[in-house]
Write a protein of this length. Structure first.
Length: 199
């Protein structure tokens, strides 16, 4: 029973952060704004670029896949790119320019003005994500941070979605919830004629 209670505590902690998000109109307004920014970028033929480290790298790939493939229903793909997938690029930049330039170099090479860059950092202090924000801003790329309750990302991102937690696993669980919310919003807005709910 003790081990089951341990699992229950994990679930309760995860539910708690989601309840805090639900109760925060300020954060929900920011998530809505982020969704509108991504929608507007796609409407103008631009793309959403996403990056993070470790579990956040997997989340970046997950969110990009939802945009490119599908989320709630079948529809044309939306351009999105995770900067965490090409091992040749990652190892070349890491070897030649250092790990802290892993994402900024790819932003410089692949982003164009009007794109959106979403950087995930649970600490809010991931150097390679912060440097990518700096590079993105030079290029006219709007930056959205997905973070926890602290870190330099709060001031560096054009818009920071700060999860009400300092515990990495809970922040990551909240990040993928928000990622799903963004995908669902953009998909519904961009393709109302494909949405079965509108039939």
């Amino acid at each position: 029973m003790e081990n089951i209670n341990y699992f229950k505590q994990h679930i309760e902690d995860s539910i708690d952060i989601k309840k805090k998000i639900l109760a925060s109109d300020e954060l929900l307004e920011k998530i809505l704004k982020a969704g509108q920014i991504c929608y507007n970028a796609h409407k103008k033929g631009r793309k959403v670029i996403i990056a993070g480290n470790g579990g956040s790298a997997a989340d970046a790939q997950h969110i990009a896949a939802e945009f490119v493939s599908r989320f709630e229903f079948d529809r044309p793909g939306l351009p999105s790119l995770a900067l965490t997938t090409d091992t040749s690029i990652l190892t070349a930049i890491g070897n030649d320019y250092g790990f802290e330039n892993l994402f900024s170099r790819q932003i410089q090479a692949n982003a164009v003005e009007g794109d959106v860059f979403i950087g995930l950092s649970t600490s809010g202090n991931s150097k390679n994500v912060l440097k990518a924000f700096e590079e993105a801003k030079k290029m006219g790329v709007f930056t959205i941070g997905l973070a926890g309750a602290g870190g330099k990302i709060q001031d560096l991102a054009d818009l920071c979605l700060s999860m009400p937690s300092t515990h990495t696993p809970r922040i990551q669980e909240a990040h993928i919830l928000v990622g799903h919310m963004l995908c669902a919003f953009v998909e519904k807005m961009f393709f109302p004629e494909y949405d079965p709910a509108n039939k």
